[in-house]
Write a protein that binds this ligand. Sequence first.
Ligand SMILES: [Fe+2]
Length: 331
Amino acid sequence: MIEFGSLSPSHRRSRVLVADDTESIRALYQKLLATDGHDVIAVADGEAALLAVDEHHPDVVLLDVTMPRLDGLEVCRRLKSDPATRLTPVVLVTGLSDLQDRIKGIEAGADEFLSKPVHPLELRARVGSLSRMKHLLDALDSAEAAFMTLALTIEARDPTTSGHCERLAKHAVALGKALGVGETDLEALHRGGYLHDVGKVGIPDAVLLKKGPLTPVEFELMKKHPDIGDSLCAPLQSLRNVRPIIRCHHERLDGSGYPQGLRGDEVPLLAQIVGIADVYDALTSHRPYRPALSSDDAARHLLQEAAQGKFAHAHVEAFLSLAGVPAAPAV
Ligand SMILES: [Fe+2]
């Protein structure tokens, strides 16, 4: 539906290491992943896998659990305990009913699991999403990478928000471009899309994952996440132009937002942009207490908020035009 531009480095070719002792399976994975343009390195055992990681620096590693010499769990454990490879995504392939293997895999630090027999589409989707994450991590220094991982971990706590950060980053950059913001600010929007909710790490599960409206006390707690995120990022010089987004993405132009109740130009432009993209994505995503709104209904809602003075009308119109949604009259 939406075709937004992006600064995402996800279009780089990925190198995928496949380790499985069955030749026909290696050939199958190689064929499927090559379809998506990945370069595939295939090896038949765990020791060869470690050597190949050393030599080829793959973006994603796919390991069968049961292999000669070193098994997949041990390879995973070694990769995750080495600072040079701990951020390389590892997918473990297990038998469908091997719960024990999965538990050991989690302990070994595996990022994802696939069950045998592996479904071709699931394999391609998993490898695709992990390789996008890896490219993003590569583009950042290690401290930022740790923050990004944290942000994605927070997103992973709540299954209903899957993909929210990635979409938000894309949509915010697209709106920023349409409004003519400069390259440095576009970069900040991209990072802000991922990091805006990093402060939710300080919000208890009982509030963050509650399946229903929050009580006033719970909402007060939730309102702390922008300040928590800002404090977390404060020591990082490289995130200084992302912090206003983190701190102010829930501020609204009419002073009705939080945490400070800023008004008008006091709300930084980049935070206004992320605020619009955040609301649109929340409205068009399924929640446990309500179904996803259609893009037309979400547009109507955003225009209504603009009419109330919460967002700049011109910004909302620019966003909706990028989203390909006709700007229906405010009601
Ligand atoms: Fe937020």
